[in-house]
Design a protein around this ligand. Sequence first.
Ligand code: SAM
Length: 257
Amino acid sequence: MQSDRYETRLRASRAGRLGPLFPWLALWLVAGCGFAEGAGSGGSRSLVQARNEMVEHQLAARDIRDERVLEAMRKVRRHRYAPDLDPVRAYEDRPHSIGEGQTISQPYIVALMSELARVEPPCKVLEVGTGSGYQAAVLAEMGCTVYTIEIIEPLARRARKILESEGYGDRVRTRVGDGYRGWPEQAPFDAVVVTAAAPRVPRPLLEQLREGGRLVIPVGDYWQMLEVHRRTTSGFEREKITSVRFVPMTGEVRRRP
Ligand code: SAM
């Protein structure tokens, strides 16, 4: 059972100051109907406006500063990646179920991971955990070529279809399988983004980073820490970012000691 708390960032500093606002912002985003892409008059707010509000109130008002991330998230049509959901709900400040017991990540978490990847175009990124395809689309919109792996076949197939129909077919390559071993034929990557929580950092993913490249990954089981591992000339440096709550990474990572 997925919980609404999945992937909610717990850092107290900024969230604490903005905390009391969030329920009202969420209500404000949900309130009102008549959402339509591009519509902007007659009392109905457009999905374009919903996206802009998501970026201003959920991302920029917290601590997302990378303009390329903010711009990409203004552009990518998030509601297309959660087709079973009422479009307006896709812009809420929370993750949503996408079927198969999996989730499309909360907008803030997508922004944070994209920012932590510190990629500059033309960049090459590996994502483990395609899910809805939304994170991959955001990274592609930021100017990267994205290689993304999903272990659940129906999700991978649906994400591929949506990414193609949204115009990302040439910038996002999808694969069905266990992402534990990465995509060695395409390595090295400027960044690797893992969107499911691993009990430990998979060594093959570290090894597929170029020098200076960054692995962004939630590590842990119930208690999880979002970590960044940067490849240096002599090894790896680790930075702990914040507490998070992700769905578990499955497959080979569970069978390793
Ligand atoms: N990035 C996604 C998005 O934007 O919608 C969110 C992904 S969801 C939080 C995590 C995904 O990781 C799930 O779809 C899950 O099936 C997938 N996953 C879990 N373990 C995996 C593995 N070993 N290899 C590839 N995908 C995996």
